[in-house]
Design a protein around this ligand. Structure first.
Ligand code: 5GP
Length: 218
């Protein structure tokens, strides 16, 4: 987790941002993540491993690495996860090696993980982690969006709704909380947050050298 990375016009080095997007399912997080990845070449997605069954339209290795419970347990025992958690009676985890690799290549990394994952990542990588929580405008709207999505049974939708109420109660574990009334507006806010976080002084590890040079030339 210690990968300062090169960037910038003045040869500054910048620490990579571990950018976490969380929300109850159906609040629009996946759309925003997709748009962000398409518009930010220096940002790459962390693909989680999960024990849950693959859904229609999902691709193994792209949406998730779909693994058996035994395989997941092995990965956890071998410390292959940066973080992992139980979500909806299934297990989800962030494989460590690809994240290290992306940071080493000078990329920022996007995580679509829940509050438990956000909390664990923050414990491991502290100041490098930026946590953004996206809220639906209302629970009624969330229910409608889940029904419209039509990928899950009524029973699963009901479970997702009751879990959403629990998720929302963890809003204070985040650095930013946005309401997704309008996806374009919410996306613009997420982009602004990423841009500002990239510019934070604490991430500019080459600043001291630059300042020294400036002062020598003064
Ligand atoms: P879904 O099954 O709808 O794809 O995801 C269910 C929930 O699991 C979402 O809230 C998602 O953010 C979360 N999730 C996905 N991958 C991970 C992961 O690697 N770690 C954790 N902690 N949560 C994850």
């Amino acid at each position: 987790m210690d990968s300062p990375i090169s960037h910038d016009d003045h040869g500054f080095k910048r620490r990579g941002v571990l950018f976490v997007l969380s929300s109850p399912s159906g609040a629009g997080k996946s759309t925003i993540a997709r748009k962000l990845l398409a518009s930010e070449p220096e940002l790459e997605m962390s693909v989680s491993a999960t024990t849950r069954p693959i859904r229609k339209g999902e691709v193994d290795g792209v949406d998730y690495h779909f693994v058996t419970l035994d395989r997941f347990r092995d990965m956890a025992a071998n410390h292959e996860f940066l973080e992992w958690a139980h979500v909806f009676d299934e297990r989800y985890g962030t494989p460590r090696a690809p994240v290290d690799e992306m940071l080493g290549q000078g990329k920022d990394v996007l995580f679509d993980i829940d509050w438990q994952g956000a909390q664990q990542l923050h414990q491991i990588a502290g100041g490098d982690v930026v946590r953004v929580f996206i809220l639906p405008p209302s629970m009624e709207e969330l229910h409608e969006r889940l029904k419209r999505r039509a990928t899950d049974s009524t029973e699963i939708i009901d479970r997702r709704m009751s879990r959403a109420a629990n998720e929302v109660s963890h809003w204070d574990g985040y650095d930013y909380v946005l309401v997704n009334d309008d996806v374009e507006e919410c996306f613009a806010h997420v982009k602004t947050i990423l841009a500002a976080e990239r510019l934070k002084r604490s991430r500019q590890t080459g600043l001291i050298g630059f300042i020294r040079k400036l002062r020598r030339n003064a």
